[in-house]
Write a protein that binds this ligand. Structure first.
Ligand SMILES: Nc1nc(=O)c2c([nH]1)NC[C@@H]1CN(c3ccc(C(=O)N[C@@H](CCC(=O)O)C(=O)O)cc3)C=[N+]21
Ligand SMILES: [Mg+2]
Length: 291
């Protein structure tokens, strides 16, 4: 047996086309969505993502504002920049690229972002809104995973979902979104007992651990839908958290790395920027871009 490939790259391209249409309609009303991306330091991988985000932001017709600060920037200067972006009506979304240099307090920096402009959905207010079922900004990676799961499976109701990884940026919000769609959700992590056995109960398996080829083929329930969030740079190139060659023999459907979750993350960042712009202007949320 060989799994259906869930083509995140193609899905993301379709999403961006829809977003571009909505942006054009907004521009006709005199509103141009704007996304500000802040990068502190010179991490090469981060520079690649930021360039790719800026390019795609312009391609859908939005304004892109890039702020690059040296690694040794004092935290107070970064907070002052965030205050300026919070107050700037041309800026509808703010993303501060993580990780930040070690001398900065990541929580303090993130929580300085106005929740309405927090297109990453990382501020405490948006995390709480998601957890309580209120209108939130939802983190881009889990939102992209949810869209692919719904597209492939239709309803997620009653399905057993196992999320490996308990990070604030992927594992926890992914679990919240699956729960909202009435899946039965388990979050697994490094202390979980019999992880392979637990994974074999999963109709939906989301791997977000950051360890190359960690999930083996015999951990996968036959026919399961496998979402691989991992982006690991190895001598064999970019690989996911799932041993793809093994898992695709067993799974019903699986996302590849690259070309799966990654492109959806950036498309969802644009989706969130559009949603933030609509809300800032008293317009209804764009169709199908929010959970
Ligand atoms: N505040 C903040 N928000 C983020 O969303 C955020 C962040 N910080 N810091 C870094 C991570 C990482 N991230 C990725 C986005 C797209 C791809 C992506 O498009 N990957 C391509 C491959 C790209 C390549 O070749 O390196 C793919 O999977 O096909 C990967 C990783 C967003 N992040
Ligand atoms: Mg973890």
């Amino acid at each position: 047996m060989s799994a259906t490939l869930i083509d995140g790259k193609a899905f993301a391209a379709g999403l961006r086309t829809r977003i571009a249409t909505e942006v054009a309609a907004m521009k006709a009303q005199g509103i141009t969505p704007g996304l500000a991306v802040v990068l502190v330091g010179e991490d090469p991988a981060s520079q690649v993502y930021v360039r790719s985000k800026g390019k795609q932001t312009l391609e859908v017709g939005m304004n892109s504002y890039e702020h690059k600060l040296p690694a040794e920037t004092p935290e107070a200067d970064l907070l002052a920049l965030i205050e300026r972006l919070n107050a700037d009506p041309a800026v509808n979304g703010i993303l501060v690229q993580l990780p930040l240099p070690a001398h900065m307090d990541e929580e303090a920096v993130i929580n300085a972002i106005l929740p309405e402009k927090d297109v990453d959905g990382f501020t405490v207010l948006n995390v709480g809104r998601l957890a309580t079922g209120q209108k939130a900004m939802v983190p881009c990676t889990p939102l992209g995973c949810l869209m692919m799961l719904r597209e492939h499976l239709g309803s997620l109701s009653g399905k057993n979902a196992v999320v490996i990884g308990r990070s604030n940026i992927v594992g926890k919000p992914m679990a919240q979104l699956l729960l909202r769609d009435s899946a039965t959700v388990t979050i697994a992590h490094s202390r979980t007992q019999d992880l392979p056995g637990l994974c074999r109960t999963a109709d939906i398996l989301v791997a977000a651990v950051g360890r190359a080829n960690f999930v083996k083929g015999d951990w996968v329930k036959p026919g399961a839908t496998v979402i691989d969030v991992g982006i690991n740079r190895t001598d064999d190139g970019l690989v996911g958290d799932v041993d793809f060659a093994e898992a695709e023999q067993v799974a019903g459907a699986i996302t590849p790395v690259p070309g799966g979750v990654g492109p959806m993350t950036i498309a969802c960042l644009l989706a969130n920027t559009l949603t933030a712009t609509a809300r800032a202007n008293g317009l209804p949320d764009p169709e199908g871009l929010t959970p």
